[in-house]
Design a protein. Structure first.
Length: 183
């Protein structure tokens, strides 16, 4: 007899749990329905399913319609949040102060002048390094010319001296052409 009472109580509890689950499922399906905006394509499908089943709460939890409704509700809520943020941002933009056109032009001119000065300084530094290198190349060429008679006595030294002369001439010409204009 005691066993029967326990089963009866368990059965009553099971039935109340099922009722609670059913009411929660109904509430969830109603929330999903309310989450769909008017004119949404899923509204027609929801109405068809409601006509067939009477209530969407009887659909299993992973049903494609429920998943699609949840995704649509999430997108709709996200769009509403984004619209609210955009309206807030638009209100902030309207509060911005006017910018003086003369100040903007002066600031742009100052920035442009600063940029021009920086370019001129960079060109000056590069050109001074080129001049230093050209001076060294010319000095090496002068020293090579002074000792050319002594270096031409051996064939290997003569070949290397000739190659070095051509290299120095090409380097001088190449470096001279690479000077940067300061304009």
């Amino acid at each position: 007899m005691k066993t029967a009472k326990k089963i009866g109580v368990s059965g009553a509890m099971l039935s109340s749990v099922k009722d609670i689950e059913a009411s929660l499922a109904r509430r969830d399906s109603e929330d999903l329905e309310r989450g769909l905006p008017e004119g949404h394509p899923l509204r027609e499908e929801v109405n068809k399913q409601k006509a067939l089943l009477g209530d969407l709460s009887s659909l299993p939890p992973g049903h494609p319609l429920i998943l699609a409704m949840q995704a649509a509700k999430d997108r709709y809520e996200q769009q509403q949040t984004q619209r609210t943020e955009e309206q807030t941002h638009a209100a902030d933009v309207r509060k911005a102060t006017k910018v003086d056109a003369d100040k903007v032009r002066r600031a742009a001119r100052v920035a442009e002048d600063d940029q021009k000065i920086k370019r001129q300084d960079a060109a000056k530094q590069v050109n001074s390094c080129i001049e230093g290198t050209l001076g060294t190349v010319k000095e090496l060429y002068r020293v090579l010319s002074q000792h050319e008679e002594l270096l031409n006595m051996e064939p290997l030294s003569r070949a290397r001296a000739g190659r070095l002369k051509r290299l120095l001439f090409a380097a001088e010409r190449g470096l001279s052409e690479c000077r940067i204009s300061r304009a």
